[in-house]
Design a protein around this ligand. Structure first.
Ligand SMILES: Cc1cc2nc3c(=O)[nH]c(=O)nc-3n(C[C@H](O)[C@H](O)[C@H](O)COP(=O)(O)O)c2cc1C
Length: 322
């Protein structure tokens, strides 16, 4: 199949996840190479440990870059320009994270960026001896690579403190227009959940939508993306590709999403699970499992090609009336 003019071996891409380099040495390089090896694309997070230029040097494609709208609009522009210069194929503007959700699990687990080196934090790390040993040379270098300015400290503590205040909760469609004006390649919005938003995106010259609720990490009670998907597809028709993420855990989930009108899916957490287990090989293996499952499910449904997947494959239970 092709997406934005690039061939993909499967309708599944690696979605953006921050600090992948915390899971495995050169984590983002592992993601890029695993995607390349499998013949699919990956989207680099704004919050990668390695700077976007270093990841681009892996040479794999398609590679997409995810950005936010910052209070300092010049920084948003700068990231987009750096991504263009480094040969990223598409820009993904995430719109559902301008304000951080109340992540209670993070609070319960004592998770914070930068990590807290209190007794519980140290004990937690000590229990992950394999990870600690593997990362022994890296931990001091963990940072938000794209945010390090020339001559400034790369220290994670300083950057993380600054980052919280960088995003602008007052972003608007004008920002999408401005980004549209400077980014010449495909521009996608990630975090679309309402058909009206999808229609507006069309009006503002966006090239693709990612139906996402940020993996349920932002607004408790946000609808499931698979439920919203058909409404978004109905709103934009075939005028622009609609992608989806959130709970895509099996090849059958991919096939169902395609049957409901998605062009492709993205995965977030499974990428990090694969990375944490075996680095590049783990991510490649994870993609291979999806690929096998997609092939098998398509076969069982009698769909020989991706183009054969349509709504007829789904069985809708008759709704009870009266
Ligand atoms: C640890 C973690 C970090 C993430 N970082 C980002 C990020 O930097 N940018 C972004 O747009 N989405 C980020 N996401 C959201 C994912 O891209 C994706 O929308 C979400 O995880 C849903 O997919 P999943 O159910 O396959 O995990 C992150 C998700 C996780 C779990």
């Amino acid at each position: 199949m092709t997406l934005f003019g690039k061939r993909l071996a499967l309708p599944l891409l690696l979605g953006p996840t921050g600090l992948a380099g915390l899971f495995w040495p050169d984590g983002e390089g592992c993601l890029a190479r695993a995607a390349g090896q499998t013949g699919t694309g990956f989207c680099l997070s704004h919050g990668s440990v390695a700077p976007l230029e270093k990841v681009a040097a892996c040479g794999t494609s398609p590679r997409w870059m995810q950005v936010f709208i910052y209070k300092d609009r010049a920084f948003t522009r700068e990231l987009a320009e750096r991504a263009a210069k480094a040969g990223y194929d598409a820009l993904v503007l995430t719109i559902d994270n301008q304000l951080l959700g109340n992540r209670e699990r993070d609070i319960r687990n004592g998770f914070s960026i930068p990590p807290r080196f209190d007794a519980a934090g140290i004990a937690g790390m000590a229990l992950k001896a394999e990870w600690l040993w593997r990362m022994r040379g890296e931990i001091r270098r963990i940072t938000f690579g794209n945010y390090v300015r020339p001559g400034e400290t790369a220290d994670l503590r300083t950057l993380a403190g600054r980052m919280g205040s960088l995003l602008d909760p007052a972003m608007s469609w004008r920002d999408v227009d401005e980004l549209r004006a400077i980014w010449k390649g495909p521009l996608l919005l990630k975090g679309v959940l309402h058909p009206d938003e999808a229609r507006l995106a069309l009006d503002h010259g966006v090239d693709g939508l990612i139906v996402s609720n940020h993996g349920g990490r932002q607004l408790d009670g946000a609808p499931a993306t698979i439920d919203v998907l058909p409404h978004i597809v109905a709103a934009v028709g075939d005028r622009l590709p609609v992608l989806i993420d959130g709970g895509i855990r099996r090849g059958s989930d991919v096939v169902k999403a395609l049957a409901l009108g998605a062009q492709a899916c993205l995965v977030g957490r499974p990428v990090l699970w694969g990375l944490a287990v075996a680095g590049e090989a783990g991510v490649a293996h994870m993609l291979e499992i999806y690929k096998r499952e997609i092939d098998r499910v398509m076969g069982l449904c009698g769909a020989a090609r991706i183009a054969d997947i349509n709504r007829d494959l789904l069985f809708a239970k008759a709704s009870r009336s009266g």
